[in-house]
Design a protein around this ligand. Structure first.
Ligand SMILES: CC(C)(COP(=O)(O)OP(=O)(O)OC[C@H]1O[C@@H](n2cnc3c(N)ncnc32)[C@H](O)[C@@H]1OP(=O)(O)O)[C@@H](O)C(=O)NCCC(=O)NCCS
Length: 247
């Protein structure tokens, strides 16, 4: 496969199909209100920060996408609200006319039929390269470990620090980041918050949501908090901050 990776700014024809690519994201994640905000502005305001990839053999058909956002780092700690936090910070900096001095990766998604072929590390390398070309010396990423959903009750701090005998992370997606030169910094305990009525959660998951307490939902990294009396359930997703030095 001869992959061609560019920015969306260079190939705006991908804007209309960017979010239609066959993917494996669970439905409830797409209902994070901050995701809604980002998806609406990614193809316009941040087109220079979105990478699109297609294959020479099938030009014009999206193989993978990668999204980043510039945000207000101000030399401070990486935010506890990871993914949601950098999107809010980036957008607020922009509307207030403040210079965004940091850059964060937001996602890399590989088309579902092409997963497991080593494309994620190629996209990550392209992302690092693009961030460096934009003048940044560090790319940070609130990483969503791709095997954590198999053990939702394990605390993320314990999961993220688990390593294999060769010293690399137990989690495959964290491993890709570390192999690329990234360093695990800390957990972002509330990287994404998805709240919904019980009917909304039933629609998103096909689960009954008929008992108060912790509900394990396929694809969720931690249990969802369900309150039947109050007719709502809330999911708080932890991610793992990884720092990629670019020099
Ligand atoms: C996570 C994702 C980007 C990985 O991309 P990919 O191109 O399929 O992954 P790769 O083929 O490059 O493999 C990377 C590692 O993951 C492992 N892996 C890939 N698919 C896997 C699967 N289904 N189950 C277990 N491990 C898997 C590979 O073995 C490899 O690990 P290694 O260090 O042992 O070699 C892709 O699965 C995806 O798009 N997932 C949905 C979106 C998402 O979760 N993105 C990440 C959060 S932003």
């Amino acid at each position: 496969m001869a992959l061609k990776i560019t920015t969306l700014e260079e190939r705006p024809e991908f804007a209309s199909s960017l979010w239609d690519m066959d993917h494996t994201w669970p439905e409830f994640v797409l209902n994070d209100p901050i995701a809604d905000l980002f998806y609406a502005i990614a193809t316009t305001t941040y087109a220079g920060y979105v990478l699109v990839a297609d294959d020479d053999a099938e030009p014009g058909r999206l193989v993978a996408r990668g999204c980043m956002i510039p945000y207000l780092a101000e030399g401070g700690e990486l935010p506890e609200d990871g993914w949601d936090g950098v999107i809010r910070s980036g957008w607020l900096a922009r509307t207030r006319g403040l210079p965004a001095d940091g850059i964060s990766a937001l996602e890399i998604s590989v088309r579902s039929d092409l997963q497991g072929r080593g494309l994620s590390s190629v996209m990550l390398a392209a992302m690092r390269e693009r961030a460096a070309r934009l003048g940044h010396t560090e790319l940070v990423a609130p990483v969503r470990p791709n095997r954590k959903h198999l053990e939702p009750r394990t605390p993320m701090t314990e999961y993220a620090s688990r390593t294999r005998p060769d010293g690399l992370p137990h989690d495959a997606w964290l491993r890709v980041h570390v192999r690329a030169g990234g360093k695990i910094v800390k957990v972002a305990p509330r990287s994404m918050v998805v709240a919904g009525t019980l009917d909304e959660w039933r629609k998103w998951t096909d689960l009954p949501f008929d008992r108060t307490g912790a509900v394990e939902v396929p694809g969720a990294l931690t249990p969802v908090h369900c309150d039947v009396d109050q007719d709502h359930a809330v999911y708080v997703e932890p991610n793992v901050w990884v720092s990629h030095p670019l020099t």
